[in-house]
Design a protein around this ligand. Structure first.
Ligand code: HEM
Length: 326
């Protein structure tokens, strides 16, 4: 497998001035659409903190010099079910499944957040807010289908994520999901060469899926019950894979996959072994800040990534203040 980087693509870094208010407005819209459940995350509200280990492959340094990925470490993780409600059923057909990872130690820590779709539902912060506002529940507690349709017709790329999820079976276990970090991350390898990569977490024992009929009969928390059973019997194992870029890839648009993304060249950076359930405190007391990335994997240049750190901090402050009042 040749991980030799090519000449780095010239990237138009977003010139839009970072908005001071859009990330907070997005968090408010996420909360509104979920019915404002107090004291929980604005997104991926239902989850479980876990711990484990990371073991690098001997190829990791051909892609990144990041000590998060080239050195063994403990990991903190959180498996989650998407949406802003902690009561969502694990068999829900439309929400995402998430896997957040803190990998590396001390100054070499990186947080990478993954979900089971390779694209986001908006390519700009303004479009993300408008997508959520189009789905604000009316007096009957439901979004207005005419508003949603009008928005979708004018912004067809905002349906790419839902179409991907709809085309795939319901996940049957957190252990059997391929998770995507969505953005194009600029990587610098051990020789100092640069390229973009997309990161995926791939289950070592293959996919675990359910038919729609089987999903109907599952208890609401079956993914978390399955997680506990697997942790009692050796844990969950995944590969972290870097998909390598080619000239011309659309690295600024998180609603679009790269051409032939599923079949192109990739390098396994290492393996993650999740071994134990953790008390939720280490995950709930803080955020998996997507901007915390150790030298060797940089911040993706797109406008959506730029909103994330602030949005997560706003969500943390809100859930902490709501919990303090309870
Ligand atoms: C584009 C790729 C994205 C991925 C893969 C992703 C994934 C995730 C995951 C896995 C979590 C759960 C974090 C945890 O376990 O603690 C999360 C939380 C969250 N996400 Fe995202 N997300 C993305 C984009 C965004 C964007 C663009 C925004 C807003 C501008 C956003 C807002 C939030 C918020 C507010 C939380 C809750 C933070 C907290 O209270 O800790 N996400 N996301």
């Amino acid at each position: 497998m040749d991980a030799t980087p090519h000449t780095p693509p010239v990237v138009q870094v977003s010139t839009a001035a970072p908005s001071a208010t859009l990330p907070a407005e997005i968090v408010a819209a996420l909360k509104t659409n979920a019915g404002n459940p107090p004291g929980v995350r604005a997104s991926f509200a239902k989850g479980q903190c876990v711990t484990g280990t990371y073991t690098p492959s001997d190829k990791a340094a051909t892609v990144t010099r990041s000590r998060s990925f080239t050195h063994p470490s403990k990991v903190l993780g959180r498996f989650s079910v998407g949406g802003g409600s902690p009561k969502v059923a694990d068999s829900n057909r439309t929400v995402l499944r998430g896997f957040s990872l803190r990998i590396g130690q001390g100054p070499d820590v990186s947080n990478v957040l993954f979900e089971n779709a390779p694209v986001h539902f908006a390519k700009s912060q303004a479009q993300m807010l408008a997508f959520l506002e189009a789905r604000t529940p009316g007096p009957d507690g439901k979004p207005d289908p005419a508003k949603v349709k009008a928005f979708s017709d004018a912004n067809p790329e905002t349906l790419n994520q839902a179409h991907y999820v709809a085309a795939h079976p319901v996940p049957g276990s957190f252990a059997g999901i391929t998770y995507f970090a969505v953005h194009a991350f600029p990587a610098t390898n051990a020789k100092g060469a640069h390229r973009f990569v997309k990161l995926q977490i791939v289950p070592i024992d293959g996919p675990v899926t359910l038919s729609d009929e089987d999903a109907k009969h599952k208890p609401d928390d079956f993914l978390f019950q399955d997680l506990n059973e697997r942790l009692a019997h050796g844990g969950l194992r995944f590969k972290i894979v870097a998909i390598l870029d080619r000239a011309g890839d659309p690295v600024m648009d998180v609603t679009t996959r790269w051409p032939d993304e599923d079949s192109r060249e990739s390098v396994t950076l290492g393996t993650v072994h999740i071994q134990a359930q953790s008390d939720n405190a280490p995950c709930d007391a803080t955020i998996f800040n997507p901007a915390t990335l150790a030298d060797g994997i940089g911040a993706p240049p797109d406008e959506i990534f730029a909103a994330r750190s602030t949005a997560y901090a706003v969500s943390l402050a809100r859930r902490q203040s709501e919990n303090a009042k309870r």
